[in-house]
Design a protein around this ligand. Structure first.
Ligand SMILES: [Zn+2]
Length: 399
């Protein structure tokens, strides 16, 4: 987390409109989700938002009886794949199917004729397999979503059901749409400036990598386009979470001092119990104070989309989590998404602080927390001890 004056980096981003108007609204529809660059929009409930980003199709109860993962004891029954598999991109779709079948026993591997996506899936699964020495469970089927799944209420770019069917939306790889969105969004950002609180370093980094891509779009693979668009989606992530922004400000000695000088004393535990609107109001006040001193307050967003395989890692995180849980835990107990259970997680200050170290999305529910930590493990990250403790508490798998 960093809050500094970054005005030397790129003047484009710091025109008067962005400095003086921290509450401007710039919402652009962005691919699989809509990126919210301000915290003004409040049409969606948190639960709806989390359904939009990634998600779990837990409604697919039909798969329950078919699920070999769930044991009566709710204890993890490790898979038994090869400890290490070498991945080489397949040259044909048949080869890719054979690879999935031979190494991961995936019988249904239906990704039209999209060899790039097929190789992406197989490489991602290979990475998971190798990270967990063959003990991680992998999907029983991989396919693109059909129209009904695409129009489902809890739409997500990819999901997995409890029976182990991994489904991916083709739209995630719609390079044409991605490019169009990027052009429009970049143009808009240059025009109105970047809203306060944006992770400017990340944004500038993306813009730098994006420039040559936009000049020669066809030279880049659909996987590269997907990766950069996912990263971009995360730039505005802090706006989904005013409490997270306030906590970050209070942890930073520079901003804390500035706020105290202005007579603002943030009692985070107390603020935590306030309504979303009240939290936003406090955040606005703090930003207004910081504006005077720093002109621009940039926040560092947390680590999501560390690699192009994060979508796969995340979904497989759900699968391990379920395989390490009893049916009771998943549907009625600590992992349940019913309001009562969910509140125990989202209304708990300490749990939220811990989950916030992982990502904003990890804060939305115990299941998403576990999936997000799993993705970090697959990326070779070593989560801190409080994260690991909470991860284990919610039946996260380490093997
Ligand atoms: Zn998820």
């Amino acid at each position: 987390m960093e809050v500094t004056s970054l005005s030397a980096i790129n003047r484009n981003y710091f025109n008067q409109s962005s400095i003086n108007n921290s509450t401007q609204t710039k919402t652009s529809d962005y691919k699989n989700d809509s990126i919210e660059l301000t915290h003004k929009k409040k049409k969606l409930s948190n639960t709806q938002k989390l359904g939009i980003a990634f998600g779990v199709a837990l409604s697919a109860l039909g798969g329950l009886t078919a699920c070999a993962l769930l044991t009566k004891s709710g204890k993890f029954n490790p898979a038994n794949f090869e400890k290490h598999i070498d991945f080489k991109p397949a040259q044909t779709m048949e080869e890719a199917k054979d690879f999935a079948k031979k190494h991961f026993k995936i019988e249904r591997f239906e990704l039209d004729n999209d060899l790039e996506v097929a190789n992406w899936v197989n490489e991602g699964l290979t990475n998971i397999n190798n990270t967990f020495s063959g003990k991680a469970h992998l999907p029983v089927s991989v396919s693109f979503k059909d129209n009904a799944q695409r129009n489902a209420k809890n739409y997500a770019v990819a999901d997995i059901n409890i029976g182990g069917d991994l489904r991916i939306d083709r739209q995630l790889f719609n390079t044409e749409d991605t490019i169009k969105d990027f052009r429009e969004t970049m143009e808009a950002l240059n025009k109105v400036g970047v809203p306060q609180g944006t992770d400017v370093n990340k944004l500038l980094d993306i813009e730098e990598r994006l420039a040559p891509m936009l000049q020669n779009p066809s030279q880049y693979s659909k996987i590269e386009w997907m990766k950069i668009s996912q990263e971009f989606e995360d730039v505005g992530s802090l706006y989904r979470n005013p409490m997270g922004v306030l906590s970050s400000m209070w942890e930073n000695p520079k901003t804390k001092e500035t706020l105290i000088e202005s007579g603002i004393n943030l009692n985070l535990r107390e603020i935590f119990t306030k309504s979303p609107d009240e939290k936003k109001k406090i955040l606005d006040d703090c930003i207004a104070v910081l504006n005077k001193k720093y002109k621009f307050v940039g926040l560092q967003s947390k680590d999501r989309f560390l690699s192009e395989f994060d979508v796969i890692y995340h979904e497989m995180g759900h699968l391990q989590n379920w395989g390490n849980s009893s049916i009771f835990d998943i549907f009625f107990g600590k992992l349940s998404n019913n309001k009562h259970q969910l509140n125990k997680f989202t209304n708990n200050f300490d749990k939220q602080q811990t989950a916030g170290k992982v990502s904003w999305y990890a804060q939305t529910s115990p299941q998403e927390f576990v999936a997000e930590v799993f993705a970090q493990l697959c990326n070779g990250r070593k989560p801190s001890s409080d994260i690991l403790e909470l991860y284990k508490h919610y039946n996260g798998v380490l093997v």
